[in-house]
Design a protein. Sequence first.
Length: 282
Amino acid sequence: MARIAYVNGSYVSTANAYVHINDRGYQFADGVYEGISIRYNKLIDLEAHLDRLWRSMDELAIISPMGRRPMAIIFNEVMRRNRIRDGFIYVQVTRGVATRDHGFPDYAKPALIVTCRRLNFDAVRQRAASGVAASTQPDIRWGRCDIKSTALLPNILAKQAAREEGAFEAVLVDKEGFVTEGSSTNMWIVKAGHLITRSTSDNILSGITLARIKEIASELDITIEERAFSVTEAKEADEMFFTSSTNCTMPIVKLDDKKISDGTPGPVAKRLLDAYFDYTDN
Ligand code: PMP
């Protein structure tokens, strides 16, 4: 664990970093968050992450405790103080401290915490070289999954269920049998060289890595169809993979008991992963 955290105006040792028991983030999960990866001391797609954080706050009428530039300075300072070259910054804004009452308080000051940790991207690459198993889990979340809210219990339960089945990630499935996204990732399949991924206007999180991979794919002349795909279609796909800031592009080689194609990572996911690392590392 990194030693220094930013908590509401101060840089403090993680061991002494506390929030108030009446913080609405703690009481109600009344807050939003972002996770940004750090490669060679650089925050990857920082502006897009700030855009999404501001959008999440706006949707919940949480007023940011500061502007984008001061917040970015804090991210860099947390990285610097913890000497993190490759890692992950976690940012959380909650509605703040108030006497417990479901309605919004009119006096609470939003609370901001920023923490970071090291992340070994070589290990991510190695994992991607062999691919991972995933398991389908029912998507029991709410109707506003576009908001990056800290209310993550359904995601946590799905991930835990997947782990108990020996899988690395949960593939969330709606009542009609269509894949929505992963517990903390966006899902893709490949069919006859085309990419297929659900539209981000369809009650899922608008992944920053997903947007980046879309751009990379169009540079590589790989076509993308934005539509929902079913579990059956995924199991019959040539390739399946997921994207997120910490997983980059991660091939799924087995979904439940079914191998995807021959059970090894496919060429399209590999090409996208290489191109993604070219982007983050240069
Ligand atoms: N979907 C969900 C539900 C997530 O929690 C995340 C990661 N925060 C993602 C997708 C991937 O988003 P990103 O590429 O911005 O990390």
